[in-house]
Design a protein around this ligand. Structure first.
Ligand SMILES: NC(=O)C1=CN([C@@H]2O[C@H](COP(=O)(O)OP(=O)(O)OC[C@H]3O[C@@H](n4cnc5c(N)ncnc54)[C@H](O)[C@@H]3O)[C@@H](O)[C@H]2O)[C@@H](O)CC1
Ligand SMILES: [K+]
Length: 537
């Protein structure tokens, strides 16, 4: 897994490195060389334009420019002021060194001159703004960024695309859209989420020192990004001596007369994920529709109110069914009412592994009055519990006093309030967004994000059905729950890609995802086992 560090912690690693004898100047030189190396490896690079800012990100650019010049590349550095005028000692020294070495410069060019220069470039190296950037981009960089994005050259950003917050992943109104980002020391959360997903291109981490890996881990990573091989632990082949019950049974509780589809999709997804036996329990007036759609899945009709929403009279039946199941999912399409809240509360009190999604989470928010971290039914529970909120649901769970999370880091913070209050390893919050994180008490795991095709109605219901199936299938193995949840997200994402290939990226509906879950799981398992591809010998 690759560690992800908050920007402040990256600075701590920098300080720790200097204590171990690697000076900031040395780091800047290594950063510049690393960037130059990545540029050269792109191939066909004769002309490079390096755009530099006034801080140390610019310093990295001057070092890279001198290195590329030394390798015979035709380099031009564009800078806002004369190199001698740079106020930071380090940046000024490396700029002066590059000038002495014969690197040619262009100081404060008018827009048309910059545009003509960029037309000659094979690669643009973006070293305007790094982790020191905040607010809106000021002149001249706003104009420079527009020119970079309009030119046809390949763009490599150093550390962070200029204009992006490496912490929040929010881009200013001007932001470089890079083909590659060479980021220093470690991944940063803003590169992996929100606008960061659109503007970074391929991300390469340059560790800069042999001590970095150790120091980054010591700095307490805010999250860990998985590699496919990490999933081996949760994809281990199970015994062939199975029957439909030993493969794990799932109970899905949800649906309403108004929304029967969500629970139906969740139940089908659980079956496609590999649960041997799935039961769907829903309000009586929706059960008939459901059974007509589901030949392989028995549907149990539950007592309902005048609106076709499950009532608290369903409690005993549901608990009995839950007791016989390996895992339960509650929530999809269920609506929030006194009855459904009572049901969620009862299931929390049961000892069957539980996934709570959608209206199940909204019931939980109502039950806990936005104070989930202080809610004993959750914190005292010992059986596995996975909550799968999107940002809005997560916001409701952690309380009215905190704003709805609007970045990966704020998702992580809110999810941690919940899991840390519990303190046990049996609770995981899967905080869903364009960068989903599976947050357990020990660490937050970031699966590779799926394609935009996943942003379709019912996609979350499919995911929660798959989660319940995974819990059921692994119930005897005491798996690392956050990793297991991340594995499910990875399969869900891969199903999105497969479905997009089949029906077109704009056309994917949740049902298309369900149909390819099995193929997606096989592909992820195979890649986990053979990251380099199967050995033909
Ligand atoms: N952390 C580390 O260990 C290392 C950091 N290095 C580099 O140093 C960078 C950080 O350097 P700095 O802290 O000097 O910061 P930056 O170089 O990212 O930015 C600081 C400069 O940008 C200006 N600026 C900030 N906001 C602006 C805005 N909205 N519009 C226009 N200008 C704005 C500031 O006035 C300042 O001149 C990293 O991104 C990385 O590239 C590397 O040199 C080596 C190692
Ligand atoms: K940059």
């Amino acid at each position: 897994m690759q560690p992800v560090l908050n920007i402040n912690d990256v600075r701590c690693v920098e300080v720790a490195l200097t204590r171990e004898g690697v000076s900031v100047s040395e780091l800047m030189h290594r950063a510049g060389y690393a960037a130059a190396q990545e540029v050269l490896e792109l191939g066909d690079v004769d002309n490079v334009v390096v755009l530099t800012g006034l801080g140390n990100n610019g310093g990295d650019g001057w070092v890279a420019a001198e290195a590329l010049h030394g390798r015979g590349v035709n380099v031009k550095v564009v800078c806002p002021i004369e190199p001698d005028g740079l106020s930071g000692d380090l940046a000024r020294q490396v700029a002066q060194s590059a000038v002495r070495a014969g690197v040619s410069t262009l100081v404060g060019p008018p827009r048309d001159e910059l545009e003509s220069l960029l037309e000659t470039a094979d690669v643009v190296l973006d070293c305007m703004l790094g982790t020191g950037f905040h607010g809106e981009v000021r002149a001249p960089f706003d104009i420079w960024i527009e020119c970079v994005n309009a030119c046809g050259a390949r763009v490599v950003s150093v550390d962070v695309p200029s204009g992006l917050s490496g912490q929040t992943g929010h881009a200013a109104s001007a932001c470089v859209v890079a083909d590659m980002t060479v980021t220093m020391l470690s991944l940063k959360p803003g590169l992996l989420a929100d606008d960061g997903r659109d503007v970074c291109g391929a991300i390469v981490v340059a560790p800069l020192a042999e001590q970095t890996e150790r120091l980054v881990v010591d700095a307490d990573p805010v999250a860990w990004r998985t590699d496919l091989s990490d999933y081996l632990e949760v994809t281990a082949p199970r015994s062939a001596a199975v029957d439909k019950f030993s493969r794990g049974s799932v109970l899905v509780v949800g649906g309403s007369r108004r929304f029967p589809g969500a629970a139906i999709m969740a139940a089908r997804a659980a079956a496609r994920m590999g649960a041997g036996y799935v039961t769907l329990a829903m309000p009586a007036s929706a059960a008939g529709v459901a059974q007509a759609h589901l030949l392989e899945i028995p549907v149990v009709a539950l007592p309902e109110d005048a609106d076709g929403v499950i009532t608290s009279d369903a409690r005993d039946v549901v608990l009995k069914l839950a007791e016989r199941s390996s895992a339960v999912l509650v929530g999809p399409g269920m609506r929030v009412s006194g009855g459904t809240c009572a049901l969620v509360s009862a299931l929390l009190g049961s000892s069957t592994p539980l996934v709570i999604d959608a209206d199940g989470l909204n019931c939980l928010a109502r039950l806990t009055n936005g104070e989930l971290p202080e809610f004993p039914e959750v914190t005292r529970r010992t059986a596995p519990l996975i909550l799968t909120p999107h940002r809005g649901e997560l916001g409701r769970l952690v309380g009215a006093t905190t704003p709805v999370p609007d970045s990966l880091v704020s998702q992580l913070e809110a999810a941690r309030k919940v899991v840390w209050s519990d303190g046990g390893s049996e609770l995981v919050v899967v905080t869903k967004s364009n960068a989903t994180a599976c947050v357990g008490v020990e660490r937050a795991v970031l699966p590779k994000p799926g394609p935009a095709a996943l942003a379709t109605a019912g996609s979350g219901d499919v995911l929660s059905g798959m989660m319940a199936a995974a819990l059921a299938m692994h119930r005897d193995e005491d798996p690392d729950l956050a990793l297991l949840a991340a594995y499910v997200c990875e399969v869900h994402g891969y199903a999105g890609s497969l479905a997009a290939e089949r029906v077109g990226s704009h056309a994917v509906m949740a049902g298309d995802l369900i149909n390819v879950i099995g193929l997606a799981a096989d592909a992820v398992d195979e890649h986990a086992a053979f990251p380099e591809g199967p050995d033909e010998g």
